[in-house]
Structure formats: structure tokens, C-alpha cells
Ligand binder design. Structure first.
Ligand code: HEC
Ligand code: HEC
Ligand code: HEC
Ligand code: HEC
Length: 211
């Protein structure tokens, strides 16, 4: 073997030893391999958003290919079950009582040609809501009622673009439902000014500035 060949082989060995893979020591062929290998170790870990919204009692829904959790409502409605009083038809109930039972509810939603209590509440089945075509809807799924007329907000909400996601980005997904933010009887959100410091109420606020 001549001298040049010898140096050549030594150089090859050097390259092999220094640039070969050392998986055992946590090194990878490429960044992609590293990401893959490290994500496998998280696959059956307990990364979850659940701890951040367990103060809500939630229920799972599936709408248009999106499956997520929304807060349960019935336990939050103090006058539920409605049938504690609504045991007879509305006409008879109204005849009896001089005082208005639901004096605290004033409808400020759509105008009265479009909407009244019966648009959403069925007098002969008060424990459930009802659609425009008379299909019964559970109080926990009231978003289905809103979706009839507000289809674009409903589409956005399903995908997570309207309304607030609660918890974190880790699964499971949980979102607030329409009635968490909008009062169904008066749903519009008022615009308001930011609060500001009122100098006129503070005595001497301008003292020293008048020279
Ligand atoms: C404490 C008794 C009581 C409970 C509980 C109750 N209601 Fe009523 N409700 C009445 C009475 C009495 C009337 C009839 C007098 C009136 O219009 O206020 C009435 C009337 C109504 C009307 C007709 C109002 C109108 O102006 O035509 C609707 C709609 C209604 N209730 C919905 C509900 C729903 C939905 C629930 C449950 C979430 C409920 N009520 C729970 C006593 C009750
Ligand atoms: C656009 C649909 C819609 C209309 C119209 C409507 N409601 Fe409701 N109502 C709802 C929904 C949805 C809930 C449940 C809200 C929740 O989950 O907090 C509700 C809840 C209630 C409750 C129980 C909660 C509470 O505030 O006491 C009563 C009582 C009630 N409605 C009465 C009425 C009466 C009376 C009218 C007519 C003046 C009326 N509603 C009109 C959708 C409607
Ligand atoms: C029968 C059809 C109908 C149903 C059901 C209905 N809405 Fe409406 N809603 C309307 C109409 C009509 C208006 C008035 C639109 C306007 O003034 O431009 C309105 C107005 C609103 C507004 C105010 C819009 C604004 O620009 O300020 C909100 C928010 C809203 N609805 C939310 C809801 C929610 C939440 C539900 C379910 C509990 C619901 N609506 C159910 C028809 C409906
Ligand atoms: C996390 C709270 C939240 C939830 C959940 C939510 N909304 Fe809203 N929504 C808002 C706010 C805030 C606005 C006002 C936006 C503005 O004024 O620019 C709004 C605006 C609206 C409007 C007025 C038109 C518009 O887009 O500005 C309608 C209609 C409406 N929401 C319907 C719905 C319906 C239907 C659902 C359920 C499918 C829903 N919202 C769920 C907070 C919410």
C-alpha cells in the first residue's frame, strides 16, 4: 500500500467515525426525525385541558364534523323545571294570576312581528324549547334554536371563530355556548366607552396648572 492510499483510508475512517449516527445518545438524522421520535414519547401522556374548565359541568356535542364540549345549562336555570308551575295550559295560568310571573323578562330581540315567547317556548311542553317548525329542543342544546336564524354565526361558532374557547389548546376542545354570552331575551351586546379618570370630581386636580 502506498502512502497516498494509506492516508485516504485513514481519512475515510475518520469521516465514518465522526459523522455516523448516535441514536443512543439522543441524536437524530434530521430535525424531522427528532420531532417524530420526541412526539412519540408524548402520545400516551396526560396532556389535557380538562383541569382548566372542570368548574363547568360539560356535555359533548357533534355538529358538522366538529366534536367539542359545551357547558350544561339546565342546572344553572333557577326556574327549571318549568313544570313546577306549568302544569296547565298558559291561558288558565294567566287567568288565575294577577301578578306577572316573569316580570323580569322583557323581550328585546327581534321585533314583535317576528318573535314572541312562543317562537322558542312551547306552552304545552314548557320543559323544552321548540323550533319554528315545532321540533322539541333540550335547554342544554339551545344553540340549535339560535342556529335557525343566525346561521353564519353558528357556522363560525362550530369552527371556533365565534365565541370563546375555554381551557387550553390541548384536547378536549371546550367552548362556551350562545346563551353563556347572549341573553336569549335581550341578546345584543351593548357598546361601551372605556372608563376614564374624571378630573372634575377631584378637587384641586387643576391646581398649579392655571398660571
Ligand atoms: C313559579 C312558577 C313558574 C315557574 C317555575 C315557571 N313559570 Fe312560566 N309562568 C308562570 C305563570 C303563573 C305564568 C302566567 C302569568 C304570566 O304570564 O306571568 C307563566 C307564563 C309563562 C310564559 C308565557 C308568558 C306570556 O307573556 O305569554 C312563558 C313563555 C313561560 N311562563 C315560560 C316559562 C319557562 C320556560 C319556565 C322554565 C324555565 C317557566 N316559565 C317557569 C309561572 C311559572
Ligand atoms: C329566541 C328564543 C326565545 C324567546 C323568544 C324567548 N325565550 Fe325564554 N329562553 C330561551 C332560552 C334559550 C332560554 C334558556 C337560557 C339559558 O340557558 O340560560 C330561556 C329561558 C327562559 C326562562 C328561564 C330563565 C329565566 O330567565 O327565568 C324563562 C322563565 C323564559 N325563558 C321565559 C320566556 C318568556 C316569558 C318569553 C317571552 C316574553 C321568552 N322566554 C322568550 C329562549 C327564548
Ligand atoms: C326566529 C329567528 C331568531 C331566533 C330563533 C333567534 N334570533 Fe337572534 N335575532 C333575530 C332577529 C330578526 C334579530 C334582529 C336583527 C337586527 O336587528 O338586525 C336578532 C338579533 C340578535 C342579536 C343582536 C344582533 C346585533 O346586531 O346586535 C343577537 C346577538 C342574537 N340575535 C342572538 C341570538 C341567540 C343567542 C339566539 C338563540 C338563543 C337567537 N338569537 C335566536 C332572529 C332570531
Ligand atoms: C364567548 C361569548 C360568545 C359566544 C359563546 C357567542 N357569542 Fe355571539 N357575540 C359575542 C360578542 C362579544 C358579540 C359582539 C361582537 C361585536 O359587537 O363586534 C357577538 C355578536 C353576535 C351577533 C351579532 C352579529 C355579529 O356577528 O356581530 C350574533 C347574531 C351572535 N353573536 C350570535 C351568536 C350565536 C348564534 C352564538 C352561538 C352559536 C353565539 N353568538 C355565541 C359573544 C359570543
Amino acid at each position: 500500500m502506498n502512502r497516498e492510499n494509506y492516508i485516504y483510508i485513514l481519512a475515510c475512517l475518520f469521516v465514518l467515525v465522526f459523522f455516523s449516527c448516535k441514536h443512543g445518545e439522543g441524536e437524530y438524522h434530521s430535525l424531522h426525525d427528532k420531532i417524530q421520535a420526541e412526539s412519540i414519547s408524548h402520545q400516551d401522556s396526560t396532556l389535557s385541558s380538562e383541569a382548566f374548565f372542570n368548574h363547568y359541568k360539560t356535555m359533548e356535542i357533534t355538529e358538522g364534523g366538529h366534536t367539542f364540549l359545551i357547558p350544561e345549562r339546565k342546572s344553572q336555570i333557577t326556574s327549571y323545571a318549568c313544570t313546577e308551575c306549568h302544569t296547565e295550559p298558559l291561558d288558565e295560568l294567566k287567568g288565575k294570576d294577577l301578578k306577572k310571573a316573569h316580570w323580569d323578562i322583557t323581550l328585546a330581540h327581534a321585533n314583535s312581528n317576528t318573535m314572541n315567547c312562543a317562537t322558542c317556548h312551547n306552552g304545552s311542553d314548557m320543559n323544552n324549547l321548540n323550533t319554528l317548525t315545532g321540533i322539541k329542543v333540550d335547554f342544554n342544546s339551545s344553540y340549535k334554536l339560535c342556529a335557525q336564524c343566525h346561521s353564519s354565526q353558528f357556522e363560525d361558532w362550530k369552527g371556533g371563530a365565534h365565541g370563546k374557547r375555554i381551557g387550553g389548546w390541548a384536547p378536549p376542545r371546550a367552548s362556551l355556548t350562545c346563551v353563556n354570552c347572549h341573553n336569549p331575551h335581550s341578546p345584543s351586546i351593548e357598546s361601551r366607552w372605556p372608563s376614564r379618570f374624571n378630573t372634575e370630581q377631584i378637587e384641586g386636580a387643576y391646581e398649579g396648572l392655571e398660571h
